[in-house]
Design a protein around this ligand. Structure first.
Ligand SMILES: Cc1cc2nc3c(=O)[nH]c(=O)nc-3n(C[C@H](O)[C@H](O)[C@H](O)COP(=O)(O)O)c2cc1C
Length: 213
């Protein structure tokens, strides 16, 4: 399935076939697709916490305000953002340098920029959400193209999730994604605003535009 078809076919699923597990190979394919998403400086702070055991999903369902899909979906992935990833940025800089993408000078420049920039907790937080959201979207589009359905969710108690599953405060929950096979009763992809409402076609300096008021 090509990317545009996957984008248009994806919908937020509420119902999943509880008897059809997602294979380990498919899970790896999903994370492989997710990790191709860009992140500022290629920091790659996004992490993935998969919950698959039925008993664990039952516990997670309670944390997600009893939303049934969290138990029904055979796979739930909580996307996390590592708020301390900048402290290990050398790993990224070295890998990109060794791949011949940039030289030692730029590696040092980026490392310094990341370590000082992300020491600001609000910057680290914003970038964790931004990068995690991009990765999550990659994951959901990949899932569609692999014949799976997904449901993005923020309706869960994030503190309780961290407490229950022993997740350090260092990892910010970005979004939860239920994953599985389609079951009857799902709504289709919903309506969208018309393009004209969303798009300013010719942004120019000093000119009033769609978003000036
Ligand atoms: C950040 C985010 C959080 C969401 N949280 C929930 C949720 O907690 N429970 C739920 O049933 N749907 C949740 N949704 C799904 C949205 O309701 C759904 O994506 C939207 O209605 C559009 O539907 P469509 O993707 O099928 O077109 C969430 C979606 C996003 C992007």
């Amino acid at each position: 399935m090509d990317t545009l078809t996957a984008i248009h076919q994806r919908f937020s699923a509420n119902r999943f076939d509880p008897n059809r597990p997602v294979s380990a190979e498919l899970l790896d394919q999903l994370i492989d697709a997710a990790r191709q998403a860009p992140s500022a400086f290629n920091l790659q702070q996004t992490r993935f916490f998969a919950v698959q055991d039925l008993e664990a999903r039952k516990v997670l369902r309670a944390i997600a305000y009893n939303q049934a899909k969290v138990e029904e979906a055979p796979l739930v992935i909580v996307v996390l953002g590592d708020l301390n990833a900048h402290e290990q940025f050398e790993e990224v800089a070295n890998a990109d340098k060794q791949a011949g993408i940039y030289d030692q000078g730029l590696a040092e420049y980026f490392t310094n920029a990341v370590k000082t920039g992300y020491a600001d907790a609000s910057r680290a937080h914003d970038e964790a959400i931004r990068s995690g959201a991009l990765a999550a979207m990659n994951l959901m589009n990949a899932a569609t193209s692999l014949g799976l359905v997904t449901g993005p969710m923020i309706g869960f108690d994030q503190d309780k999730f961290r407490e229950t599953f022993l997740i350090s405060e260092r990892y910010l929950p970005v979004i939860m994604i239920t994953v599985g096979y389609n079951a009857p009763g799902n709504w289709p992809h919903k309506t969208r605003h018309p393009i004209e409402k969303l798009l300013e076609r010719h942004g120019r300096p000093g000119e009033k535009n769609t978003f000036s008021e």
